[in-house]
Write a protein that binds this ligand. Structure first.
Ligand code: SF4
Length: 306
C-alpha cells in the first residue's frame, strides 16, 4: 500500500499536469489530517481493505474521510485494465479474497453511515468479472448494516449482462458505471472499454428498474458541445444521477489535462443536465463519482420508491 501524505497537498494535486503554482485558484484540496481521518485510515489498513480514495490519489480524501465517507474498492488493488487517466496499479491481480466481504461489512458497520459507495478494480481475468464476489459483498453488507443504502460502482463486465444481473440480483440501491468521457475520446481514455458497451450496461440496469448513475471527467480534450450531447442522451435514457468533475493527471505517465474547467461552466452543465431530465447532478472541479454521495441517501430512497 502506498504511503499516504499526512500533511501538505494530496498527491493527485501535487502531481497534476501543471506545476502547483499554475493550478487554478478553484482547485484546492483539504489537507488530510485530524482524528476522524486518522481513525478511518487506521481501520481501513487494520482490516486489510483497499479504497479508491487512496489508490486513485483522490484529492478529496481529507474532506471525505474527515466525515467518515469513503469508497471501499473490492476484488484487490490491482486492475487488469490500463485506463489512461487512472492511478490504480494494473497488472495480474491475486484471486478474490473470500473473507473480504465480511471485512467490508465490518468496516461499514463501524462507520454508522446512511449511504456508501463500493467500487472494484476491473477483473477481466475472472470468468464472471467478479460478479459473484460483488454479490457476496452486497449480501454481507446488507446483513450487517440494514439501514445503509449502497451504491455499487462497477466496471462493464466486458458487456456480460448475465454478470451484471448477478450484481443487480444482490439489490444495490444504486447501480453506477462511469462513462468517464465523451464517445469520441472513449477508446483513447478507457483503452479496453467501449462506449456502446458501457451504454448497454447502463441501459440494462435501467431496464431492471434500478436507480442508475454515471460520471464524466472534464479536461481530457472534449468539446463543451460534446458534453452537452452526452447529457442530453443520459436524460433521454432516464439515468438518474450524473457526476461531472475535473480530470487531474495523477503522474506524467497519464493523459495530460487539456484545460481546467471553471466552476461556472460546471454550474451551466449541471443546469443543462437537469433540464435534459437527469434527476440529480453533482458538478464541480473536485467532484468525483462518489463525492458527496453520502448526502444522497434520502434522494436514493425517494428515487427507488417511484
Ligand atoms: S470523492 Fe470518493 S474517492 Fe474521493 S475521497 Fe471522497 S469517497 Fe473517496
Amino acid at each position: 500500500m502506498r504511503k499516504l501524505p499526512i500533511v501538505g497537498e494530496t498527491r493527485a494535486a501535487a502531481n497534476a499536469a501543471v506545476p502547483r503554482a499554475r493550478l487554478p485558484s478553484w482547485i484546492r484540496a483539504k489537507i488530510p489530517s485530524g482524528e476522524t481521518y486518522m481513525g478511518v485510515r487506521e481501520r481501513v489498513h487494520g482490516l486489510g481493505l483497499h479504497t479508491v480514495c487512496e489508490s486513485a490519489s483522490c484529492p478529496n480524501i481529507g474532506e471525505c474521510w474527515g466525515r467518515r465517507a469513503l469508497t471501499i474498492m473490492i476484488l484487490g488493488e490491482v486492475c487488469t485494465r490500463s485506463c489512461q487517466f487512472c492511478d490504480v496499479p494494473n497488472g495480474r491481480p491475486l484471486p478474490p479474497d473470500p473473507d473480504e466481504p465480511r471485512r467490508v461489512a465490518e468496516m461499514l458497520a463501524s462507520l454508522q453511515l446512511r449511504h456508501t459507495v463500493i467500487t472494484c478494480v476491473d477483473r477481466d481475468d475472472l470468468p464472471d468479472g467478479g460478479a459473484a464476489h460483488w454479490a457476496a459483498t452486497l449480501e454481507a453488507v446488507r446483513a450487517r448494516c440494514a439501514d445503509l443504502t449502497v451504491e455499487a460502482l462497477v466496471g462493464d463486465f466486458r458487456g456480460d449482462l448475465a454478470a451484471v444481473d448477478v450484481v443487480l440480483a444482490a439489490r444495490p440501491d444504486v447501480f453506477a458505471h462511469n462513462l468517464e468521457t465523451v464517445p469520441r475520446l472513449s477508446q483513447q481514455v478507457r483503452v479496453q472499454a467501449s462506449w456502446p458497451r458501457s451504454i448497454a450496461v447502463l441501459a440494462h440496469a435501467l431496464a431492471r428498474g434500478t436507480v442508475t448513475k454515471t460520471g464524466l471527467m472534464l479536461g481530457l480534450g472534449e468539446e463543451p458541445g460534446e458534453v452537452r450531447e452526452v447529457l442530453d442522451d443520459l436524460g433521454r435514457m432516464g439515468v438518474h444521477i450524473v457526476t461531472l468533475g475535473q480530470y487531474l493527471r495523477p503522474s506524467r505517465g497519464h493523459l495530460p489535462v487539456t484545460r481546467f474547467v471553471p466552476p461556472e461552466e460546471f454550474d451551466a452543465l449541471r443546469a443543462h443536465a437537469l433540464a435534459a431530465g437527469v434527476r440529480h447532478v453533482e458538478a464541480g472541479p473536485l467532484v468525483r463519482s462518489s463525492y458527496h454521495a453520502d448526502g444522497q441517501a434520502e434522494l436514493i430512497r425517494s428515487l427507488a420508491a417511484r
